[in-house]
Design a protein around this ligand. Structure first.
Ligand SMILES: Nc1ncnc2c1ncn2[C@@H]1O[C@H](COP(=O)(O)OP(=O)(O)O)[C@@H](O)[C@H]1O
Ligand SMILES: O=C(O)C1=C[C@@H](OP(=O)(O)O)[C@@H](O)[C@H](O)C1
Ligand SMILES: [Mg+2]
Length: 185
């Protein structure tokens, strides 16, 4: 489903995966390593509403957040040469999946539940989707959500890798893919 009209080297990279797997942190690192601009979709949504995500959910509801998420991604994923981190719920929307998969290289950051659950304390205050749920319910959501992350072009399992190791792996694998599919003359 990769767009055949755009050079692979020009395509933006989109990071997907469950809340807290590191999309924002690793996206920033990869952007720095590839000298590209970084866009975090949640930060763009927060700028538009001029408030944090937890407030958006409280004041306007999840539906308003999802509508804005879709319009922001539809517009920004058309740009080339960007590194884009989308929120963990973005791929619930088929339109978002399709636009990202056809315009960009979609990288899935995979982390096992046993590792993920150690991070919950870092996440709970800023992730409204986690706030109303018990640990058992979060685990169920974690496994249910895996289906939407199966839509990707490339994947890395980040268990036991620090942020720099993950970013280096991604940059190296992108360079290999670019060289194989579009060798420089
Ligand atoms: N590979 C990693 N190893 C350890 N901690 C990580 C790793 N990647 C991210 N983190 C930490 O996990 C937390 C969530 O990361 P974040 O980038 O906000 O995730 P996401 O954007 O996927 O929700 C942050 O505190 C971040 O420092
Ligand atoms: O998975 C989700 O439903 C969400 C993930 C969050 O982004 P991160 O995946 O960057 O935490 C953010 O978009 C919002 O809180 C909803
Ligand atoms: Mg994020």
């Amino acid at each position: 489903m990769i767009n055949k009209n755009t050079s692979l080297r020009m395509q933006s990279i989109v990071f997907i995966g469950f809340m807290g797997v590191g999309k924002t942190t690793i996206g920033q690192k990869v952007a720095r390593k590839l000298y590209r601009d970084f866009i975090d979709i949640d930060q763009e949504i927060e700028k538009e509403f001029n408030m944090p995500t937890t407030e958006i959910f409280k004041k306007f509801g999840e539906k308003a957040f999802r509508e804005k998420e879709k319009s922001v991604i539809e517009s920004l994923s058309q740009q080339q040469l960007k590194i884009i981190s989308v929120g963990g719920g973005a791929f619930l929307q088929e339109d978002i999946r399709n636009i990202c998969l056809s315009n960009c290289i979609v990288f899935y950051l995979d982390l096992s539940w046993e590792y993920w659950k150690e991070r919950i304390g870092l996440l709970i205050d800023s992730r409204p989707v986690l706030q109303s749920r018990s640990l058992e319910e979060i685990e169920e959501l974690f496994y249910t959500r895996q289906e939407i992350y199966s839509y990707h072009h490339s994947k890395v399992n980040t268990n036991d890798l620090d942020v720099d190791e993950v970013a280096d792996f991604i940059v190296d694998s992108l360079k290999v893919a670019w060289d194989i599919y579009e060798p420089l003359k």
